[in-house]
Design a protein around this ligand. Structure first.
Ligand SMILES: *[C@@H]1O[C@H](CO)[C@@H](O)[C@H](O)[C@H]1NC(C)=O
Length: 365
């Protein structure tokens, strides 16, 4: 048989090229668009060689303690672009179905938070609004748009350097606080966790809070913020099983930030004035009326850290059920000591999973 003249294919090829250019510039284009690079981290996370003081944070939770502000949810007529970027019918998409979006206004702030919820997300819109609302306003004010996504058996979350938080499944309030801490870390564009002060603290200390904290200086910063939040809720006492000594410089770094006082972190307003004022906060318009609730601490009387930790836990235990609402499981006894099996072990692990995902992309966990 004579060889087929190759030129016969040319018209077909041209047609194919034409068609593909039409499709790639049409409505399908955004589905293929990668999120804009927002990473400023110039090196992969460096694991810390410091000892983990405990395995994980599964033996305590902040959630029964943190007060819930009142909120109003205003559905948005269109999905913000930053959310739409994560919505496509491909299985790899964070939201393979569709988003609903809302602006959420809490009674402690005049600026709304935008929340996009994927239709198949584990958390309902109300559930997500509650979890975000329990994040102390001093930290919450750094959180940008929140994406609430399906997580299946692996609840997890990550935060972009611009403060956008992606939550998969229902990782619990402590994870939301951890993510808000990342938003705080990066708020100025020059992260605390990369600062001379923080790296110096790590050089002086001999431990980090838990195994996950040793992932990187940034993860450690977020975990220490969670512990610090616990301490501010517990009259300066760390959760049972933790001692301040081997991480004293990390704790001191946070203590030196104006945000980490009880009255600033748990202010009833995102319009924090005085030393805690911060032009990098993303929500800072005062609420029309200041709420009057007061974030309680447990135990109510001030205590020093010389108090045996077990005694502090026992003193706090009767206060756990304060009628401030519950969080969806896994919750479990807040103050149960090391005897308790990990009740909420999922999210730390989950965050590690997110880190794995992240290496290919541009996020912080
Ligand atoms: C929703 O909230 C965002 C962030 O505060 C704001 O920029 C936007 O204007 C709000 N949209 C509406 C419709 O209120």
């Amino acid at each position: 048989m004579a060889p087929f003249p190759k030129l016969v294919f040319l018209p077909f090829l041209l047609l194919l090229l034409l068609l593909s250019s039409i499709f790639s510039s049409g409505s399908a284009a955004p589905l293929l668009t990668r999120p804009p690079p927002r990473i400023r981290r110039d090196a992969p996370p460096t694991p810390l060689t410091l000892q983990a003081q405990q395995q994980s944070f599964s033996t305590f939770t902040l959630s029964p303690l943190l007060l819930l502000p009142q909120s109003t949810i205003q559905p948005l007529p269109s999905i913000p672009t930053t959310c739409a970027l994560h919505n496509s019918p491909t299985p790899q998409s964070e939201c393979p179905t569709y988003f609903e979006a809302a602006n959420v206004t809490y009674d402690d702030c005049g600026d709304a938070w935008t929340v996009c919820r994927c239709s198949t997300a584990d958390l309902s819109m109300d559930g997500a609004v509650e979890q975000l609302g329990r994040v102390p306003v001093g930290l919450r004010r750094y959180v940008a748009t929140v994406l609430v996504l399906p997580g299946g058996p692996a609840p997890r979350a990550y935060t972009l350097t611009d403060g956008e938080v992606h939550v998969f499944g229902d990782p619990g309030v402590d994870a939301w606080v951890h993510e808000a801490a990342h938003a705080l870390d990066w708020a100025t564009g020059s992260p605390h966790s990369g600062s001379e002060g923080w790296l110096g603290a790590l050089a002086e200390d001999s431990c980090v809070p838990d195994v996950y904290s040793a992932t990187s200086a940034g993860e450690d910063f977020a975990q220490v913020v969670v512990l610090k939040t616990y301490a501010l809720l517990h009259s300066d006492t760390l959760p049972p099983g933790w001692t301040p000594d081997c991480m004293a410089h990390q704790l001191a770094y946070l203590a030196a930030l104006p945000l980490f006082t009880w009255s600033t972190l748990f202010a009833n307003t995102c319009a924090i004035e005085g030393d805690g004022a911060d032009t990098f906060s993303r929500h800072s318009t005062p609420p029309p009326t200041l709420p009057t609730r007061i974030q309680p601490t447990f135990p109510p009387e001030a205590q020093t850290q010389t108090l045996p930790l077990a005694a502090a836990a026992a003193a706090a235990a009767p206060e756990t059920n304060t009628g401030m609402g519950t969080e969806s499981p896994p919750s479990g006894p807040k103050q149960d000591n090391a005897a308790a099996p990990p009740l909420r072990g999922g999210w730390q692990l989950a965050l590690v999973v997110a880190c794995g995902v992240v290496l290919s992309g541009s996020f912080l966990c």
